[in-house]
Design a protein around this ligand. Structure first.
Ligand SMILES: Cc1cc2nc3c(=O)[nH]c(=O)nc-3n(C[C@H](O)[C@H](O)[C@H](O)COP(=O)(O)OP(=O)(O)OC[C@H]3O[C@@H](n4cnc5c(N)ncnc54)[C@H](O)[C@@H]3O)c2cc1C
Ligand SMILES: NC(=O)c1ccc[n+]([C@@H]2O[C@H](COP(=O)([O-])OP(=O)(O)OC[C@H]3O[C@@H](n4cnc5c(N)ncnc54)[C@H](O)[C@@H]3O)[C@@H](O)[C@H]2O)c1
Length: 454
């Protein structure tokens, strides 16, 4: 029996959010397309990342708001029930980690789905199990990333959770050590703490959310302290053990921590060797692939999503997918621009930011002016008894904002106005002449503009 061979115009390797979109768009434009997926069609976001975690966060936020009834409105008895969260994640949000609806959508668009892990053997040729896929026009890579487990002695041998296990939790551990203080670690730490876990967050960096403004990390650290989440920054974990029941986390210069569960949220990794990109002459030991502004990696090879290193967000994967599809279809579209990439960490307070931080703007040699305001000094912040801030970074030479942070209740929504300002390079003078509705959270932008100074 010969090897099964499928010949198509384009093969899409990995059907994350962008892979799904590019496959669908190309098929609808008349290309023959193979969409190859090793796990679930839709990728990390709908099953293990953005969507289930934001469902969990919604539940945790409702609990936190209900707990504020005594402060504002009377009495309320709040009894958390993780069963409701687990059932919603399973039944409504991930349909029990079943991708049939996504498969049906792609098939209806004309995409041929190939299940299995693809490996490039030569330019335009892939092997998936015992099948060969030949892509006449080329290959789009959208393989995403996997959770990275730091090389701490003993850690990998324990029954640790990454985001993939944490979203499937059917019970809240009595105590939880979260390793990593980036977006994933911070979001999970607060969710499980609000549902009753005693949480310790160990962060090797000297602050939470180190890619964001220091003021945002400090604000979150204050909130975590108020919610009895223990945060240890500058943590150096020397070993992790599991005795069949509980974990012990050994630290340099501090007492060991004994906990019911460890959750690793220490960043992501990719495996380019497994993907076989060496067939295109690329370095397989690299962390990602380099794309041009039309997502081209090499002749007949495009890449989108986390693997491009332009920001590990679903909105980035989707944005790049439209550019790659246009390029493959020979359309004369604009190239990618990354000066206004928004990012939101859905903690409470929610931390939204866009463009450059103050430190990045200074490092880039810009003539920087900074404006900052606390939400508590705005009318709505006062009424809500809300913590938060707006921080703006202006390039004084051009008079436009090059970065902004919006932290607080719905910080990610307030960010929208700032993303537009940075993206469209709206002059700061014009932003100052705008009318900001009273009393909204976004009205604090006006105060931050008034505070801009060198
Ligand atoms: C806990 C968590 C929360 C997050 N929350 C948010 C959020 O709120 N907002 C946001 O914008 N982003 C969020 N992210 C990031 C977001 O999940 C990713 O950026 C997003 O999934 C886009 O990734 P991608 O398109 O590169 O591919 P992925 O979604 O990772 O999908 C890639 C797919 O490729 C498949 N694959 C890999 N290699 C092969 C191969 N060789 N052959 C066949 N198939 C292969 C994989 O099985 C996978 O299904 C979160 C991430 C995590 C971990
Ligand atoms: N809301 C969102 O858009 C959202 C939410 C979650 C994740 N994401 C994306 O997913 C990606 C992964 O997120 P993440 O938080 O896992 O990664 P990250 O790289 O942003 O943060 C990981 C953190 O772990 C710390 N760390 C690393 N090794 C450690 C160790 N041995 N001990 C203690 N701390 C250690 C690092 O200091 C770092 O701050 C990010 O790129 C992020 O943008 C996005």
């Amino acid at each position: 029996m010969g090897v099964a061979e499928l010949v198509v115009d384009v093969a899409v390797v990995g059907l994350g959010p962008g892979g799904e979109a590019v496959a669908s768009r190309l098929a609808q434009a008349g290309q023959s397309v193979a969409g190859i997926e090793a796990r679930l069609v839709g990728g990390e976001c709908p099953y293990y990342a953005c969507v289930p975690t934001k469902g969990m966060i919604r539940a945790a936020d409702v609990l936190a708001e209900a707990r504020r009834v005594p402060e504002f409105a009377g009495t309320a008895q709040v009894t958390p029930d993780w069963g409701k969260v687990a059932a919603r994640v399973r039944d409504e949000i991930t349909t029990d980690w079943n991708d049939q609806a996504a498969v049906d959508r792609l098939v209806a668009a004309g995409v041929q789905i190939v299940r299995g892990r693809a490996r490039i053997t030569e330019p335009g040729v892939l092997v998936v199990g015992d099948q060969v896929v030949r892509a006449r026009r080329g290959i789009v890579l959208n393989p995403g990333t996997d959770p990275a487990v730091p090389p701490v002695p003993g850690l990998a041998d324990t029954p640790l959770w990454t985001n993939r296990e944490a979203v499937r939790a059917t019970a809240v551990p009595e105590s939880l050590v979260v390793i990593g203080g980036g977006p994933v670690g911070c979001e999970f730490a607060q969710v499980f703490a609000r549902f009753g876990a005693k949480v310790t967050l160990l962060q090797s960096n000297d602050r939470l959310l180190p890619l964001d403004e220091p003021e945002a990390g400090a604000l979150l650290a204050e909130r975590f302290a108020a919610e009895h989440i223990r945060v240890k920054t500058g943590a150096k974990i020397t070993a992790v053990r599991h005795d069949g029941e509980r974990f012990t986390v050994e630290l340099d210069g501090d007492n060991p921590i004994n906990a019911a569960q460890v959750l690793v949220a220490a960043g992501r990794k990719s495996d380019l060797a497994e993907l076989g990109v060496g067939a295109y002459g690329l370095d397989e030991s690299a962390r990602g692939v380099t794309v041009d502004d039309h997502m081209r990696v090499a002749d007949g090879l495009w890449a989108i999503g986390d693997i491009t290193g332009k920001g590990a967000f679903t909105h980035m994967s989707m944005y790049q997918s439209a550019i790659a599809a246009a390029d493959i279809l020979g359309e004369d579209g604009p190239g990618a621009e990354y000066h206004a990439v928004p990012r939101v960490t859905f903690t409470d307070p929610e931390i939204g930011s866009v463009g450059l931080t103050e430190a990045a703007a200074r490092a880039a040699g810009l003539n920087v002016r900074v404006g900052i305001t606390q939400l508590s000094s705005s009318t709505r912040g006062f009424l809500h008894k809300a913590e938060g801030l707006i921080k703006l970074i202006e390039d004084a030479d051009t008079g436009v904002l090059v970065g902004a942070t919006s932290a607080g209740p719905t910080g990610g929504e307030v960010l929208g106005a700032l993303v537009l300002a940075v993206h469209a390079r709206v002059p700061v003078d014009q932003l100052r002449r705008m009318i900001y509705a009273y009393p909204t959270f976004h009205r604090a932008i006006e105060s931050a503009l008034a505070d801009l100074r060198a």
